[in-house]
Write a protein that binds this ligand. Structure first.
Ligand SMILES: *[C@@H]1O[C@H](CO)[C@@H](O)[C@H](O)[C@H]1NC(C)=O
Ligand SMILES: *[C@@H]1O[C@H](CO)[C@@H](O)[C@H](O)[C@H]1NC(C)=O
Ligand SMILES: *[C@@H]1O[C@H](CO)[C@@H](O)[C@H](O)[C@H]1NC(C)=O
Ligand SMILES: *[C@@H]1O[C@H](CO)[C@@H](O)[C@H](O)[C@H]1NC(C)=O
Ligand SMILES: *[C@@H]1O[C@H](CO)[C@@H](O)[C@H](O)[C@H]1NC(C)=O
Length: 551
């Protein structure tokens, strides 16, 4: 019933006036649309600690090798023989899977060495590079070259590739197609893939300076800025860093409140969407986290309340100041994802405690949507429908090409523990559909019919699409999103670029098809080369993605 009224209201508005994203949102709120949850699989056999979507629509998922035997056997009777594994020297179970988003099926993958708390990034040619982990895996480089039929592709490992141990490091794809690997536990330095000889001066004092008694600066937040430098955020501090010259370009003000935002006080962070249609506004956002003593308190059985604030810092200002806001729900270990609508989804995590084994309580089941463009203190935050499952330590979330959010993982235990614990190890996969997926929007939801596979920097191209029903078209834009490597509440290399429109034109081609012409991203600093999901958004409602290769 609500849905019929919704459709009716929406169509009435669509037929009488320009639909703006604000109108769509106002309607959805009015009708109590809070998104939808669905179960994809009750088990994938492992717990989704790390996830990366590849350009063949498959998701590489892995946890760690020293959890003991997982609930999924390796194929063809294979076993991993690893004398350095602390639990099982011969393990015939998988700790990684390839999840097919189109068929909802999984295939076990073979990982030889420990991938626990590691990092990764995708090369411009679509190959996943994963770095480090723990124990025998901490210097290992691993690759997955995607394959179309999904038959043979599996991990290949290069032991001893990394110069330093990388456990809790952060990776970012760079404008020249290299990957930078930053930090990790007691590693105040960075390195590159491919490896650079002779090794450069790669000391990073900022990581030493931001270490406190609970560390609280692991998995530093890293954002590639349009000037080619990196924004590094660790603990409460932020700098702009030139990794080529190993030089701090700017020290930014610390986030107010003296509450750490990085692991184990895990908050999250995004670079807000870059819009090439206007002078570039560069803004980072950091949400949630835990008070400085949260980790030690949790170890001693006291779970302190998570941080309730978000901060936004506009780096493009000469003297930026943090703009602080209060979330409707405090959260530690939340994931922040950029949705194709340009909104930020804050999902997963806990209301008290910290990251680490057994360290959190009060799962925050409700995701929150954040609209960066709404006026402050009004309607920026929007609380969504609760999930069924707690998603605590070692849970993940990523955006899928169909605009849903894939959610999995949660294992706050040293082993796979399915019973006798408060928060059992979770092997399931769920999808969260943000409000824009409501049926009521189907009439105005754009669908991409055709576009180029390869997009050049500054080169114009057209996206041909259709919108089922409209009298007057609402605002249309085309944008690209880089699929992130997500783990431990941070989505590495995640970014959105709204492409520059040419004359704002929308000529009707034929048979009701429409075309929007745009320029490819202007520089590799704005969008590093590689595969992106391209979306058309009409009146705030995104299409499904098509993959494009920016080069
Ligand atoms: C995993 O396997 C164990 C042992 O066979 C079983 O008890 C448990 O229920 C399984 N867990 C899930 C989530 O399927
Ligand atoms: C991409 O490049 C990497 C590193 O050079 C290589 O190992 C891999 O095979 C390439 N992938 C594809 C799909 O060609
Ligand atoms: C927003 O709210 C905060 C506290 O809730 C307040 O300090 C601030 O002045 C408000 N800002 C505006 C623009 O109203
Ligand atoms: C978790 O499972 C392991 C191995 O099966 C077992 O030794 C341990 O006691 C379990 N932990 C809890 C908290 O039940
Ligand atoms: C694209 O054009 C802009 C402005 O004209 C220029 O600054 C930029 O360097 C160009 N990008 C490339 C990759 O040539």
């Amino acid at each position: 019933m609500a849905c019929k009224i919704f459709t009716f209201l929406l169509l009435s508005i669509a037929f009488t006036r320009f639909l703006t994203p604000a109108t769509s949102q106002w309607l959805a709120r009015l009708l109590g649309n809070q998104g939808e949850w669905e179960f994809l699989r009750t088990s994938i056999g492992i717990s989704a600690m790390h996830m990366q979507l590849l350009s063949n629509n498959k998701v590489v998922i892995f946890d760690r090798t020293d959890f003991g035997s997982s609930n999924l056997s390796l194929s063809d009777g294979r076993c991993r023989i690893d004398p350095s594994d602390s639990i099982l020297r011969t393990d015939c179970s998988a700790h990684s899977v390839m999840y097919d988003t189109q068929t909802n099926t999984i295939r076990p993958l073979m990982v030889q060495t420990d991938t626990w708390c590691s990092s990764g990034a995708v090369l411009p040619n679509g190959t996943l590079i994963q770095t480090g982990g723990f124990n025998d895996g901490d210097h290992v480089l691993r690759k997955i070259v995607p394959c179309e039929d999904d038959e043979g592709c599996d991990w290949t490992e290069v032991p001893g590739y990394l110069l330093h141990r990388r456990w809790y490091a952060t990776n970012q794809i760079l404008p020249d197609g290299r990957i930078i690997v930053i930090g990790g536990r007691r590693q105040f330095n960075y390195e590159f893939y491919p490896k650079q000889f002779p090794s450069p001066n790669n000391f990073l004092n900022f990581l030493r300076e931001t270490t406190d008694e609970n560390e609280n600066n692991l998995y530093p937040f890293v954002h590639l800025l349009p000037d080619g430098n990196l924004l590094l955020f660790a603990n409460t501090r932020a700098i702009v860093f030139n990794y080529i010259q190993n030089r701090v370009i700017r020290s930014l003000p610390p986030i107010p409140g003296n509450e750490p935002r990085n692991y184990p006080s895990s908050g999250s962070s995004v670079l807000l969407p870059l819009d090439e249609n206007q002078p570039l506004v560069i803004e980072i956002m950091v949400c949630g986290g835990a008070p400085r003593n949260a980790y030690l308190s949790a170890v001693h059985g006291t779970y302190v309340r998570a941080v309730t604030t978000c901060g936004r810092l506009r780096i493009s200002d000469q003297n930026p100041v943090w703009e602080m806001e209060t979330m409707p729900l405090g959260r530690v270990m939340g994931d922040m994802l950029i949705l194709p609508s340009g909104d930020i989804l804050i999902i997963n995590g806990a209301g008290s405690g910290a990251a680490g084994w057994e360290n959190a309580r009060n799962p925050v089941l409700r995701p929150v949507l954040y609209h960066p463009k709404e006026p402050k203190n009004s309607t920026r935050f929007w609380v969504m429908k609760p999930a069924d499952r707690p998603r605590l330590y070692h849970s993940t979330a990523i955006l899928l090409p169909d605009t849903k959010v894939l959610v999995g993982g949660s294992n706050p235990h040293v082993f796979y523990n399915f019973s006798g614990v408060q928060y059992p190890t979770d092997l399931s996969l769920e999808a969260f559909s943000p409000p824009y997926l409501a049926e009521g929007y189907d009439a105005i939801r754009p669908q991409i019919l055709y576009t180029d596979d390869i997009i050049g920097y500054n080169q114009s191209f057209s996206v041909i699409f259709k919108v089922p029903k409209f009298l007057k078209l609402g605002i249309v834009s085309a944008r690209i999103i880089a699929p992130s490597f997500t783990t431990h509440a941070f989505s590495m290399s995640q970014r959105m670029v709204v492409l520059r429109e040419i004359n704002g034109v929308l000529p009707v081609v034929s048979f009701g098809a429409l075309s929007i012409s745009v320029f490819g991203p202007s520089t590799p600093q704005i969008a590093p080369p590689g595969f992106y999901m391209l979306f058309v958004v009409h009146a705030g409602i995104p299409s499904s993605a098509v993959w494009v290769k920016v080069q």
